[in-house]
Design a protein around this ligand. Structure first.
Ligand code: URA
Length: 435
């Protein structure tokens, strides 16, 4: 079968067969299909879409492009994945909490892309933290301490790594079948029995509307179920950043604060909701209410924080930074933004804050660029908060880059103000589950 004919068929809106999908995906992984043809195929999918059956076949081909781990000897291993947002440090809170409550957590995370942050970059704020564990190290650590958070190994769903890099360069990321197959191929290959997906919705997310987010969630749950996984997708708001910190070390410090019981309400809420699902899937609790109480007690008695410390230490990181987050990287200078008049925060544009953090060096303009772990933004006020004239509503942590002034302006403009009281937005917008 000639690859160009497959591309033409998708371009013209045809439904592709298993053989056609296998031949383009597996051919691309073997380097038999060049980037140009794969890019054209991806663009055809963006425009023409894929139905559920084609998306399942695409996911399956991506899983078969590499190895599939079998974690069954570790019990009911659970995983979580976020579709990506601004200030989303939920994994740093929920993974240790769930592991501390007895459910093994094995997670392969990603780096920040575009304006969205990545868990690996946040974890690398701990000096020495390794995100390149081999499969043998991954399995050994999971057996030893019941938690592992590392980068994806080259052997797992390699088609996704290659396709994602090309999508990033060719404007072909925002497509529901491509996002669903990308995420689910990694989750299936990584071997957990159950996955909790956090599908972000809003101005700072790939999915701008609840309807599109629900469609993505439904598709991912269906794909997981067809591969024998239990899956729940929670739709959570990403109009404003999650929590108060945006930027790697700032977010690591906020995760520690949350594990100490002192973090922001919205972060705690999203973490507890995901964690409760994970504990039910891990068969550690019968109901989400009981699971939530277990997680709350692991915060109150410090077991969650101790588990984070153990994770950081096991992966070569400096655990004293968990004990004392002031030892995490710090920016040279903090610019404080003060309110010109007393008002309520009516809107806080997550995308603008995400872009500001990229300008400050906390994210990448291009894949593979080094980042600055110290810089970022702290939002001292969020939607619904009242700020008095002269009070600080945001801090910009900067290290003296050309983009700093731009970043400060972006943060200033990210806030919309109103004199009248503003209601706090809803955080959890819906659930789609395989149960
Ligand atoms: N996250 C992924 O892993 N893949 C996508 O396509 C989008 C977000």
């Amino acid at each position: 079968m000639r690859v160009v004919e497959i591309i033409e068929r998708k371009r013209d809106g045809a439904k592709l067969s298993k053989d056609e999908i296998d031949s383009i995906v597996l051919g691309f992984t073997r380097c038999d299909v060049p980037d140009g043809q794969m890019a054209a195929f991806l663009m055809a999918v963006v425009w023409r879409g894929m139905d559920d059956e084609e998306t399942a076949l695409l996911t399956d081909a991506m899983v078969r492009s590499g190895e599939r781990l079998d974690l069954s000897r570790f019990g009911r291993v659970v995983d979580k994945h976020s579709t990506g947002g601004i200030g989303d440090k939920v994994t740093l809170v929920v993974a240790p909490l769930v592991a501390a409550c007895g459910a093994p957590v094995a997670k392969m995370s990603g780096r920040g892309l575009g304006i969205t942050g990545g868990t690996l970059d946040k974890l690398e704020s701990f000096a020495g933290y390794r995100v390149d564990l081999s499969t043998a190290e991954f399995l050994a650590q999971l057996g030893r301490i019941g938690i592992v958070v590392t980068g994806q190994t080259a052997e797992l769903a390699p088609a996704d790594g290659l396709m994602y890099a090309l999508r990033d360069q060719t404007g072909t990321v925002p497509s529901i079948p491509l996002i669903a197959s990308s995420i689910m191929s990694k989750k299936i290959a990584a071997g957990a029995r159950a996955v909790v997906l956090d599908v972000k919705v809003g101005a700072g997310a790939f999915m701008r509307t609840p309807a599109r987010a629900r469609e993505l969630a439904r598709l991912m749950v269906a794909i997981g179920k067809a591969h024998g996984l239990e899956v729940t997708a929670e739709l959570t708001s990403m109009d404003a950043p999650l929590g108060r910190a945006v930027g790697n070390a700032l977010e690591a410090a906020e995760a520690i604060e949350t594990l100490r019981g002192e973090g922001p309400r919205d972060l705690r809420e999203v973490a507890l909701a995901a964690g409760a699902e994970m504990l039910v899937y891990g068969r550690r609790a019968r109901t989400r209410e009981k699971a939530r109480a277990m997680l709350e007690s692991a915060i109150a008695d410090g077991r969650g924080l101790a588990k984070l410390r153990q994770l950081v230490e096991a992966q070569g990181g400096d655990a004293t930074q968990v004990d004392d987050p002031t030892r995490l990287p710090r920016a040279r200078d903090v610019e404080e933004l003060r309110a010109e008049r007393t008002a309520y925060v009516a809107r806080l544009d997550a995308a603008a804050v995400g872009l500001a953090s990229v300008r400050l060096g906390a994210g990448r303009e291009k894949k593979g660029e080094p980042i600055d772990h110290a810089t970022g933004v702290v939002l001292r006020a969020t939607v619904g908060d009242r700020v008095a004239k002269g009070e600080v509503y945001a801090e910009v942590h900067r290290d003296g880059r050309p983009g700093d002034a731009d970043a400060i302006e972006l943060v200033r403009r990210a806030f919309a103000w109103r004199r009248a009281r503003v209601a706090r937005p809803r955080l959890i917008l819906g659930r789609v589950t395989s149960r």
